[in-house]
Ligand binder design. Structure first.
Ligand code: ADP
Length: 450
């Protein structure tokens, strides 16, 4: 550094001395000195102009070597500029990265500046809160989201950590969980999450607990009533009356047991993980056993039960669940078909998939009830269901078991004409035995004697 500056001083002295000496030759040493100093100033001005032009041109290349201290300044400025450019390039890349990541997250993110004005928002936030991505930037969030709970929350920084739940301003059916995180000076980060599913599950759980309690309370109250009668008047009752009371107690206890068994079955299916490769289930045998059970359930009501079964068609799956599907569908057909009615079970392959259908010519189901059939404890006619020993859980079990096997349930029914329940099993779980009869559907028709 000292070298450059001392050279610069020598240059100034050189110009002054040169001018003075030249002036001396012409007998005007003072004028010569002034001319020398003017020359030095002109040289500096020239270099300043060159630097100014070079700066204006926003150079990306290093400067052409200028002389003396000007060269130093130029190099210095160039290095600083290069560093600054590098820094802003890194910042831009970082910002782009942050924007792309925030845009990709399914949760909504809004940056709020002073007075709750929107500085930036990602796509999800705009979708969830019904905001316009560009137009609403700069507007206050309090004016855009007018839910009273949210407005109240916005004004209470001490509650920011708790968060708040509101319905989406865009769609009432969408439930949002919102949290504000303060940062910097007066800035806040608004995080929005769609919790509709969780909310619905929570509501379902509450409903379910209420339903189970209700379902169990009814038979329990009846059992308690009968027991009180037994305790208070047991000695006064005739043998016949006692028999009747015992039978009623047994019926109610059996009803409670059926509910608990079905609940356990449901929770077992829900807890089971679909492993992909399950056991080979002999569906023809499962159907044959279920037909036997249906026959004994039918008893004196003498339904005509027919089965058309492809004897070589097996499934890869959970036997207990599949048994439950067949027996629930057949049991319902028997229970909701008047005495003497016809029930047909078919087990067949079509294309590469397999189908189980249970058809009856019984009560049928009103169209408005069809979408709700597989809900837990849903019944078209509660009294009828209870009277026939129903728990209201049969079709919920069927649905869950079918979901487990990636299968679908199709219901077709008309009041007074009958119902058709068909399960469509995907080709991925269909298993044909090596049996020669594999392709030929073996027709087995079984009938109950009239
Ligand atoms: P439940 O134990 O009451 O039979 P499900 O879940 O098995 O419960 O069936 C739900 C409702 O669907 C039944 O209450 C009944 O009203 C109706 N249902 C089911 N299967 C049939 C059928 N084959 N015919 C007419 N109605 C049926």
């Amino acid at each position: 550094m000292m070298n450059t500056w001392s050279r610069e001083i020598w240059r100034l002295l050189g110009y002054a001395a040169g001018g003075w000496l030249l002036g001396l030759v012409y007998g005007l040493p003072l004028w010569g000195l002034c001319a020398g100093l003017l020359g030095h100033s002109l040289w500096n001005l020239l270099n300043l102009r060159r630097l100014d032009r070079w700066l204006l041109a926003k150079p990306k290349e290093p400067p052409a070597e200028a002389k003396g201290v000007w060269g130093r300044v130029q190099r210095h400025l160039f290095t600083q500029r290069r560093r600054q450019r590098e820094r802003s390039r890194k910042m831009r890349t970082l910002l782009r990265g942050i924007r792309e990541t925030s845009a990709a997250v399914p949760d909504g993110v809004v940056i709020l500046g002073q007075f709750g004005r929107i500085v930036w928002q990602n796509k999800a936030a705009a979708g969830l809160l019904g905001l316009k991505r560009r137009k609403d930037v700069g507007r206050s969030i309090a004016h855009l989201v007018r839910d009273p709970d949210f407005t109240h929350y916005l004004k209470k920084p001490e509650r920011y950590e708790e968060g708040v739940e509101i319905n989406s301003p865009r769609d009432d059916a969408v439930r949002l969980s919102i949290r504000l995180v303060p940062y910097g000076e007066g800035q806040r980060l608004l995080l929005i999450r769609d919790v509709t599913r969780l909310h619905r599950l929570e509501a379902l759980r509450k409903d379910f607990v209420a339903n189970v309690s209700h379902e169990l309370r009814t038979p329990l109250t009846v059992v308690l009533g009968y027991l009180e009668t037994l305790v208070d008047f047991g000695s006064e009752l005739s043998a016949e009356q006692l028999d009747d009371l015992h039978r009623r107690l047994q019926n109610q206890s059996a009803r409670m047991q059926r509910i608990v068994d079905d609940l356990l079955m449901l929770s077992r299916i829900e807890g089971q993980q679909s492993k992909g490769s399950n056991d080979v289930v002999d569906m023809p045998a499962v159907i044959s056993a279920a037909v036997e059970d249906a026959r004994s359930l039918s008893g004196e009501r003498q339904h005509r039960i027919e089965a058309e079964v492809d004897a070589g068609l097996f499934l890869l799956g959970e036997e207990q669940q599949l048994r439950s599907v067949v027996s629930n569908l057949l049991g319902n057909a028997v229970r909701y078909t008047p005495a003497g009615g016809t029930i047909t079970v078919r087990w067949y392959a079509s294309g590469k998939s397999a189908h189980l259908s249970v058809q009856d010519n019984g009560d049928g189901i009103p169209a408005k009830s069809l979408p709700r059939l597989t809900e837990r404890f849903y019944r078209v006619d509660t009294a009828r269901s209870r009277h026939t020993g129903g728990t209201g859980l049969g079709l919920a079990i069927v649905k869950h078991a079918l979901n487990f096997h990636h299968a679908r349930l199709h219901v077709d029914s008309r009041v007074g004409e009958g119902s058709l329940f068909r399960c469509d099993f995907p080709k991925s779980i269909v298993h044909h035995t090596d049996d020669a009869q594999t392709d030929a559907a073996q027709k087995v028709t079984e009938e109950l004697p009239d």
